[in-house]
Design a protein around this ligand. Structure first.
Ligand code: DX5
Ligand code: ZN
Length: 217
């Protein structure tokens, strides 16, 4: 089993004290910072952009995992890379048949790349690019908001992608994002996810370090 990494999502952080929140994640044992970038077009919500990544980059040595929930992500890849992103993941639903080009563009900037599929998008749609990725993200909620309920039907896709990755022998991370709690985290890990995004579970916890340790165990 690949190393389990916990990537708390700062969508659930207090934006008015984002600096402290990001430093708290590092102090509490997080492995990455999941940055949910939303443009109000691809999803019905707006969060933050390049400047936020630039500013939090100065405050943590943790890898910044930028989940771009935006249309035309190819227009912003270089700027997120320059701002300090370590991983940039883009949605199949936003790129469609341009997905491979966008993944290659991300790689060309020296940053790790990932493809993302929504709960209702079949694995088939990204099959041809999985082996190009450093990480594949399976959404277990429809993107746009934290605190939503986990959608169990995505587990079959996690299993399918895990089998493809293991068959290839490549070191590709499988990330799951949305509705993950201490109660369902072992189920998603058994299905083959090894990078766990958790927003509300971490930020609503009375003890963040304890919650991160629980999700990781
Ligand atoms: C939703 C985001 C998720 C979300 C996860 O569009 O991509 O990363 O912040 O939040 P929770 O863990 O609360 O579902
Ligand atoms: Zn996300």
């Amino acid at each position: 089993m690949k190393e389990v990494k916990i990537a708390p999502s700062i969508l659930s952080a207090d934006f008015a004290k984002m600096g402290e929140e990001v430093q708290s994640l590092q102090a509490c044992g997080a492995d990455m910072v999941h940055c949910d970038v939303m443009d109000g077009v691809f999803v019905n919500n707006i969060t933050f952009g390049i400047k936020m990544v630039e500013d939090i980059r100065k405050l943590t040595t943790l890898p910044l995992d930028c989940h771009l929930m935006i249309v035309h992500p190819e227009k912003y890849v270089e700027r997120f890379a320059k701002a300090g992103a370590d991983i940039i993941t883009v949605h199949y639903e936003a790129c469609q048949d341009n997905l491979e080009n966008v993944l290659r563009l991300i790689k060309s900037t020296g940053v790790k790349c990932g493809a993302v599929i929504n709960p209702d998008t079949p694995v088939e749609k990204i099959k041809d690019v999985i082996l190009l990725c450093d990480m594949v993200l399976v959404m277990s909620v429809f993107p746009g908001f934290g605190g939503q309920a986990f959608i169990p039907s995505v587990l079959d896709k996690v299993r399918e992608i895990r089998a493809i990755i293991d068959e290839s022998g490549k070191e590709i991370d499988l990330q799951i994002d949305g509705g993950i709690t201490a109660e369902n985290v072992s189920t998603v890990k058994e299905a083959g996810a090894n990078v766990i995004v958790a927003g509300s579970a971490v930020f609503k916890a009375s003890d963040r370090a304890e919650m991160i340790a629980k999700l990781k165990a």
